[in-house]
Design a protein around this ligand. Structure first.
Ligand SMILES: NC(=O)c1ccc[n+]([C@@H]2O[C@H](COP(=O)([O-])OP(=O)(O)OC[C@H]3O[C@@H](n4cnc5c(N)ncnc54)[C@H](OP(=O)(O)O)[C@@H]3O)[C@@H](O)[C@H]2O)c1
Length: 332
């Protein structure tokens, strides 16, 4: 059968489908948070701000007038991103500071330097995250996923609590994940020794994030420090960069399938900006927000006794109360 202008018909059909997919992706991603909301005179610390969701959140805070400290492990990458942010937002109060969440020493040094430089902290965003395919351990011997995603942030937040309280009203925003629903806290062996199930390790770390939020919020009641957990949803970032599936040819088949339903990092970051700046969340005590809507986390994430148990173990493992002071010599 002869179809008139077949090439044109095919091109039009492809263009229309691509357009429809883009519109679907846009609608699925959801609207951005209030573009007018400002962050002038606010000081923000955000971990893992050199790429992905953290980078876009740092950009948003800078654009809205905040002083932003990017707490990153790789200063070269951080500096490159910082320069882009400063050029694009015209906000020169954006700084890179070394903070490797896989090292309690690095975290303590970051906090020590921060307190010497900066009297205030209004918004702490615990954003950095890893999903590692191989068994790796942190400098202190913790399984890497739990070490970075939970224990590192646990220590960082606790060491900054006095500054957060003095700067109240202030907020702690914790970037969680719906993967917490598949998580179990392995009380017998938090490091999950010998396990090869990285998805289970990630899920445990994200459940730990929410249990931390629960207990932190309880401890911070009446202090003026709000605590909010957010889930950015499936976002097109480099989080899975080291997973074998994403490093092989399989990626070229999987990626197009997920592309329409993945948020851009800019849209993924909106939940952080919402949690940090929406006046309605100023007294939030540990609620969980998905797509800027309050949502119930899993029952395990609301387990009060487990939250307390994990807090005590995290305190012990990170030696939170053992060295409150950092030796001058180790300060950068
Ligand atoms: N993407 C999603 O679909 C999704 C969904 C739900 C929740 N999340 C959560 O969103 C957060 C941000 O992830 P993303 O998707 O933006 O991933 P990403 O693009 O891989 O960014 C992760 C950030 O964490 C940093 N990081 C990793 N290990 C670190 C360490 N030891 N010390 C300091 N920083 C470290 C990375 O720094 P380097 O560049 O130096 O590695 C990077 O800046 C994570 O907490 C993740 O669990 C993501």
């Amino acid at each position: 059968m002869w179809i008139p202008n077949l090439p044109i018909t095919i091109v039009s059909a492809v263009a229309a489908s691509a357009g429809a997919l883009c519109i679907f992706k846009d609608i699925h991603g959801g609207p951005p948070f209030d573009r007018e909301a400002r962050a002038d005179n606010k000081t923000v610390v955000i971990t893992g701000a050199n790429t992905g969701i953290g980078k876009e959140a740092a950009w948003e805070f800078a654009k809205r007038g905040a002083k932003v400290f990017m707490a990153c492990r790789d200063m070269e990458k951080c500096e490159k991103t910082r320069k882009d942010i400063v050029l694009e937002t015209h906000n020169k109060y954006v700084y890179c500071r070394p903070c490797d969440l896989a090292s309690t020493k690095s975290i303590r040094e970051f906090v020590h330097r921060y307190k010497q430089e900066e009297p205030h902290l209004h918004i702490l965003v615990n954003n950095a995250g890893v999903l590692e395919p191989k068994e790796k351990i942190t400098q202190d011997g913790f399984e890497m996923t739990l070490g970075v995603n939970h224990l590192g942030h646990f220590l960082l937040t606790n060491l900054l609590l006095d500054t957060l309280k003095e700067s109240a009203p202030s907020r702690v925003v914790v970037v969680a994940d719906s993967a917490h629903k598949r998580g179990t806290i392995h009380t017998e062996d938090l490091n999950m020794t010998g396990s090869k199930d990285k998805a289970a390790m990630y899920a445990q770390s994200k459940l730990a994030n929410l249990l931390f939020v629960r207990e932190l919020a309880r401890r911070l009641l009446e202090t003026g420090v709000a605590v909010v957990a957010v889930d950015p949803g499936l976002t097109d970032t480099t989080l899975t960069r080291n997973m074998p599936m994403m490093r092989s040819i399989t990626r070229f088949f999987i990626y197009p399938l997920f592309w329409p339903v993945m948020k851009t990092p800019k849209i993924g970051a909106q939940v952080i900006v919402h949690a940090a700046l929406d006046p309605k969340l100023a007294t939030c005590a540990g609620d969980y927000y998905v797509d800027m809507k309050k949502t119930d986390p899993s029952a395990s994430a609301q387990d009060f006794e487990m939250a307390q148990w994990l807090w005590k173990v995290s305190e012990k493992w990170t030696k939170l109360n053992e060295h409150k002071q950092i030796p001058q010599a180790s300060a950068a």
